[in-house]
Design a protein around this ligand. Structure first.
Ligand code: ADP
Ligand code: MG
Ligand code: MG
Length: 206
């Protein structure tokens, strides 16, 4: 597990977000400003362009560069949030051997960055509603002896449930919160892209 594996993940994720861009934007059109798919597609296309032109010596440099690219290329809420995730995820992996345990710690650090920036709490109808159950499921899987892929599969399944559970919620953070009660009955776009991110990781890492 090294630089090439994480680069493969980011490339797979870019393809996945491109293929799901219309879907993510449709979700955002119901409770936001109809740009989540194009934001994510544009940001990850820029990440792939960086991968194409740069050779990285370490996983943490690769992930930090991806994070900085997302922060600089994606406006709106999701760019800084996912950008901070990748910055902290990469920083936490600096000097560490990639394993189920170290990736778990790094995921926690990354999500800590999302919380530091966005101040979301569980149930606010944001991407954190996919991340929170994913982190718990990941830890539980590792405690039960799962390897990296097994832990990522467990995290993905939990994220998908958390994503689905955002439907009835009333948004308390981000643009969707401007709608108040009218935000209920719609799936959160960011919780949806977070589930795609983890699904892609489970497919490509480990
Ligand atoms: P914008 O809302 O600025 O147009 P996007 O449409 O790209 O940005 O992203 C919207 C998503 O960002 C939401 O669906 C939600 O999951 C996430 N989000 C918004 N605000 C926050 C926040 N404070 N904390 C965590 N996630 C948030
Ligand atoms: Mg939007
Ligand atoms: Mg926007």
């Amino acid at each position: 597990m090294g630089v090439d594996d994480f680069a493969n993940w980011l490339r797979d994720l870019a393809r996945t977000l491109h293929d799901n861009a219309a879907y993510l934007t449709e979700l955002d059109s119901a409770i936001g400003d109809a740009d989540h798919g194009s934001n994510m597609d544009r940001g990850f296309a820029a990440v792939v362009a960086v991968l194409d032109e740069t050779t990285f010596d370490s996983v943490d440099e690769l992930l930090k560069k991806a994070g900085m690219t997302l922060v600089s290329k994606v406006g709106g809420a999701s760019g800084p949030l996912y950008g901070t995730f990748f910055l902290r995820f990469g920083t936490a992996l600096a000097g560490a051997e990639v394993s189920a345990a170290t990736v778990g710690e790094a995921l926690k650090a990354g999500v800590g960055g999302i919380l530091a920036r966005g101040k979301a709490e569980a149930g606010d109808k944001t991407m954190y509603d996919a991340w929170a159950p994913a982190l718990s499921a990941y830890d539980e899987a590792v405690a039960g002896g799962a390897d990296l892929r097994g832990a990522l599969v467990a995290a993905t399944e939990a994220a998908a449930k958390g994503r689905d559970a955002t439907v009835p919620l009333v948004a308390r953070k981000g643009r969707a919160s401007y709608l108040g009660e009218r935000s209920a009955g719609h799936q959160d776009p960011g919780a949806t892209s977070t589930t795609l991110l983890l699904e892609s990781a489970a497919r490509t890492l480990g």
